[in-house]
Design a protein around this ligand. Sequence first.
Ligand SMILES: Cc1cc2nc3c(=O)[nH]c(=O)nc-3n(C[C@H](O)[C@H](O)[C@H](O)COP(=O)(O)OP(=O)(O)OC[C@H]3O[C@@H](n4cnc5c(N)ncnc54)[C@H](O)[C@@H]3O)c2cc1C
Length: 383
Amino acid sequence: MIDRTIFSEEHKQFRDSFRTFLAREVAPFHEAWEEQGFVDRKVWSRAGEAGFLCTSMPTEYGGAGADRLYSAIMFEEIAHGGVSGLGFGLHSDIVAPYILQYGTEEQRQKYLPGMARGEIVSAIAMSEPAAGSDLQGIQTTAVRDGDSYVVNGSKTFVTNGWHADLVITVAKTNPAAGAKGTSLLLLERDMPGFEKGKRLKKVGMKAQDTSELFMNDVRVPAKNLLGDENKGFVYLMSELPWERLQIAIVAVASAQVAIDWTVQYVRERKVFGTTVASFQNTRFKLAELQTEVQIARVFVDKCLELLLEKKLDTATASMAKYWCSDLQGKVIDECVQLHGGYGYMWEYPIARAFADARVQRIYGGTNEIMKELITRSMGLGAK
Ligand SMILES: Cc1cc2nc3c(=O)[nH]c(=O)nc-3n(C[C@H](O)[C@H](O)[C@H](O)COP(=O)(O)OP(=O)(O)OC[C@H]3O[C@@H](n4cnc5c(N)ncnc54)[C@H](O)[C@@H]3O)c2cc1C
């Protein structure tokens, strides 16, 4: 396998310590969390105490000022451990950067240190029952009234939504202006009229609390506007390459660990008096999968380098998201096949990985939307 050159010795030590944290604080409980449909709240504070939340935030806001390779390591290790219930990535690497980049000093001080300690769990609510890919179609409104906005609407599929204390909520502040009339508002758990709906029962990622949220005449102080009014879409676009690369990072790490589990399984499983590994079909299949995952890893590592240099563009990140998540689906499906019936049993990590993988092609912008974005960079955008 090609040596990865992007990580320093410090990164490697950090990987070891995060892997140890997951083995001690997460893995033993994850199955119970899948049963209950959410992770125990205390894992958030444990992660905060250990310095595993908001690591890329500056130290004055409770982070470690770490580069995004540390975040990448955490995405990889969560995938490697098969502990998909942790919504740390969305909290630390999607929500926190918006607050850092577009928040006022007061907002940064109010939220970021608590998020780094795991006392404040955060989410971002864009999708609505009638608007996912087409975010311009959102119907949630925020109407200015004195020194508040009055927010009405409903959101769905919100990762961390049930635990969330703080939700970046996308709302129309000027419905006639489409994308140019959209703003981001910081809604807090105890604001009157802000209600959590049910935790959604999902095909996979069963320990992750994905929820509906309802806003009924929620009075949000105007100082909770994130950035400028009507610039919400511009802000959402600015972070997309990194958000899409996160999905690709998870995809490659999940595919790799699926191959590792399968290599181990086929060596041990006996059929017709020999091991499954002894069949040429098994070995060739695994050789093909490993080749493709190796190619994907080189591409994703290059994307990470570009990200650090602030050169990762939307089209390249979209390629990584779509191609790697498609590959993840293919690899895990083949690995289930090599496990036979056991591959379909929930107690086997490959079965869970199979269920967890499916959504990777859907969220963060569906893979069809990724292809639209790639065509735009080729001068082929739909009219
Ligand atoms: C587990 C999970 C977690 C999520 N977490 C969050 C979250 O934290 N916050 C949040 O806001 N959202 C979240 N989402 C929502 C997610 O981002 C959306 O589901 C996704 O963007 C797709 O939107 P949709 O479900 O409305 O599908 P639709 O937009 O209705 O798409 C249906 C189909 O039409 C296709 N399609 C749509 N437009 C086009 C087009 N122009 N060309 C070709 N095909 C097209 C799609 O690719 C798809 O195949 C989450 C979803 C899931 C399942």
